[in-house]
Design a protein around this ligand. Structure first.
Ligand SMILES: [Zn+2]
Length: 387
């Protein structure tokens, strides 16, 4: 007889502290992947590494991990990422008043070693408390999340059997992400005509001025309650005395609605077309011209309270006496990628705070809570109470 897992708090914190001290900047996750592989295998997991690392120019691939269950319940998937942002080398964790911080000149890498620590905890619990009911557990552990969800984009989801999953990569523990936007990355290039700015300005066509014209027509920022757009990088020109021939512009559009996303991208494209057409009329030539590239970055995700991963999370929270909230994310996650690839995955918080900064920190109790929630999800699923 058993009600559920009792979290191994010491092991959870030890795992977390060990992992934050293993450097793993994006594309350099080798040491982290090796450590996890060895640890997970010693705890009875099957671990396979894919070739995503070669495809994205990194030194390690994604890990596909499975652990046999003790019930006939369908498998559940949990996911986290191994890579960190910079500065993440030589991290020295310090614990003060129940909060783990870096010693100040690096990030802490709670994003996303806290997610990894919770995954490891689920495996440790299965070993330490083998009578608690559990399904087969599958773990998709990714590289290069921080540089465009590159690892997740290369995961072969046909290797997993789970039909519901949890991506452990957000801040607040007692809430579940029910929607995230889709995004398109845009690169524009404008070609004008170079000329000496002092001797023959009239022979030139200034690509910077054409870009300014196009951008002044453009709606950016918050477009509506579901959509945003941004122009983030503009580069061009060679010298103050040369009429600028080339300008390149990097921009993005996001929306929770696929049609609105398309419309915004078309609006942005039209601004370049209209500006160039007017300039061509003025110059009487076939310049300036523009070209662009669109890259589907990630797709919008929307869950309802009736979708299984959401329902299961809320039910597991209830078991713990919590009132789980829901939230809408402003960005894409590995969960967006896995969901679009066929495994509905919600994003859960692990307690990390002030991520991507040297003041990043996590409360030990929040990490414990995240592990408790995930353990409760496993048990509630295995017990088959949530349909
Ligand atoms: Zn993260």
């Amino acid at each position: 007889m058993n009600d559920g897992y009792r979290i191994l708090e010491k092991e959870l914190l030890d795992d977390f502290l060990t992992m934050v001290q293993i450097d793993s900047h994006s594309r350099d996750e080798r040491a982290m992947a090796d450590w996890l592989t060895e640890e997970l295998r010693s705890l009875g997991c099957t671990v396979e590494e894919d070739d995503a690392g070669e495809k994205v120019g990194g030194n390690a691939g994604n890990l596909r991990v499975t652990l046999k269950g003790n019930t006939g319940a369908p498998p559940l998937l949990f996911s986290s990422h191994m890579d960190t942002v910079k500065p993440g080398e030589g991290i020295k964790p310090v614990i003060e008043d129940g909060v783990v911080r870096s010693s100040g000149d690096t990030i802490l890498a709670a994003d996303d070693k806290s997610g990894l620590a919770v995954i490891l905890q689920l495996v440790r619990l299965a070993n330490a408390q083998p009578d608690v009911p559990r399904p087969d557990l599958e773990f998709s552990i990714h590289i290069c999340e921080e540089i465009g969800l590159l690892g997740a984009k290369h995961v072969d989801t046909s290797g997993f059997r789970a039909t519901a999953g949890f991506v452990l990569d957000d801040e607040i523990v007692d809430r579940v992400c029910v929607a995230s936007p889709g995004a398109v990355r845009l690169t524009y290039r404008i070609t004008g005509k170079a000329s000496h700015a002092g001797l023959a300005p009239e022979k030139g066509i200034n690509a910077i001025m054409v870009a300014a014209d196009a951008l002044s027509r453009m709606k950016i920022g918050r477009i509506d309650e579901e959509s945003t757009a941004n122009v983030g990088v503009i580069e061009g020109g060679t010298a103050a005395n040369v009429v600028t021939e080339n300008v390149s512009i990097k921009a993005e559009a996001r929306s929770h609605n696929v049609d609105k996303l398309r419309r915004q991208v078309e609006h942005m494209n039209a601004c370049f077309e209209e500006a160039c057409a007017e300039w061509r009329k003025k110059t009487g030539s076939d310049l300036p011209s523009w070209e662009h590239e669109e890259e589907e970055d990630y797709h919008p995700v929307k869950f309802t309270l009736d979708d299984y991963p959401v329902k299961l999370t809320i039910a597991a929270g209830k078991e713990l006496g919590w009132n789980m909230g829901t939230f809408v994310s402003g960005g894409g996650t590995d969960g967006s990628v896995l969901t679009h690839a066929g495994i509905p995955c919600v994003v859960l918080g692990v307690g990390m705070k002030d991520i991507h900064s040297t003041s990043e920190h996590i409360a030990v109790e929040d990490l414990n809570k995240a592990a408790r929630l995930c353990a409760a999800i496993v048990t509630a699923h295995a017990n088959g109470k949530v349909k």
